[in-house]
Design a protein around this ligand. Structure first.
Ligand code: GLY
Length: 309
């Protein structure tokens, strides 16, 4: 079986601005497999490239929460050959959350959250790193402008989120009035020469959330899924993805013989158009991917996603 790595840069990533980043990530993941690594090594190597690229909302480019200083990240890995799943949520001050998620597999747990996740990272030897970046600061400024009514740059948020009165239950120490991005994620799916599948995913979450909010990324079967029949990674509004158990749903389609692009298209059509969604998938019948921002009849060109094989 041929090795393949497919990556995505988030549901609202724009190919003209960041296609080179997802291509580089896919090529790096494939190179890791070519050097003898497993599908899991390939997926993780690909996601690390995206975490280190500040154009994407994960790792160094992670979104800044509305208090203007908090950055909390989620990441997960799923090895389709062994069934191992490891995740971290609301982790702070690490450079590559996906590497910490991988170390969770070595413990009896599947998910470690918040301060416990950050402390776990330190215990595993990951140094202190504040993921502050110019692109994230620019995204934050646009969100603040939108909340102040100076612009309408909130298209990456669903109508329900835009209508919600965030002041009602605000839980940051800094008040909303004092501070008044995008909801994207990066991901990779991989298959190695032995036919093993794996998926990895990482996100900086989104600016307009309460402290401690966790999305689909570390939830089993929601953001990613991998098994003997393929691997899937999703992106978009986490709450909507969770309610549809999206990655497992796409995987089940692959397992029953659906061609990956058809499974991706079917998954995207489950969501109303105001909810940004993207999916990548690989299986025995090939690969597929796309998002719902752009051409409504062909999802494939609507998102930055890379393929290396
Ligand atoms: N899909 C990323 C999130 O909602 O957190």
């Amino acid at each position: 079986m041929n090795s393949i790595v497919v990556t995505h840069g988030g549901a609202t990533s724009v190919p003209a601005l960041s296609q080179d980043g997802t291509d580089k990530a896919a090529a790096t993941g494939l190179a890791a497999i070519a050097k003898g690594g497993s599908a899991l090594d390939g997926a993780i190597a690909a996601v690390m490239v995206l975490e280190d690229d500040p154009r994407f909302n994960s790792g160094t480019g992670s979104s800044i929460r509305l208090d203007g200083k908090t950055i909390q990240m989620d990441a997960a890995v799923h090895d389709g050959a062994t069934g191992d799943f490891g995740a971290v949520a609301a982790i702070e001050r690490v450079r590559n959350p996906v590497l910490v998620a991988r170390r969770v597999i070595e413990t009896p747990h599947v998910l470690i959250v918040g301060e416990g996740a950050t402390r776990f990272a330190r215990a595993m030897g990951f140094g202190d790193y504040f993921p502050d970046s110019a692109p994230a600061r620019e995204r934050f400024a646009r969100v603040v402008d939108a909340l102040k009514g100076r612009s309408d740059d909130t298209q990456s948020y669903s109508t329900a989120w835009r209508r919600y009165d965030w002041k009602k239950a605000w839980n940051f120490e800094t008040g909303l009035d004092e501070v008044l991005g995008s909801a994207d994620t990066v991901g990779a799916v991989a298959r190695d020469g032995r036919g093993r599948y794996a998926a990895a995913i990482s996100t900086g979450g989104t600016s307009i959330t309460f402290l401690g909010r966790v999305g689909d990324v570390p939830m089993y079967g929601c953001g990613i899924y991998a098994g003997p029949d393929g691997a899937v990674a999703t992106t978009g509004n986490g709450e909507d993805i969770i309610k549809k158990l999206l990655a497992k749903r796409v995987y089940d389609d692959l397992a029953t013989g659906t061609e990956p692009q058809a499974a991706v298209d079917r998954a995207i059509r489950l969501f109303p158009t105001d909810v940004g969604i993207g999916v990548i998938a690989i299986g025995a019948r090939g690969h597929g991917g796309g998002g719902n921002r752009g051409n409504p009849t062909d999802f494939r060109p609507n998102m930055s996603w890379g393929i290396a094989q």
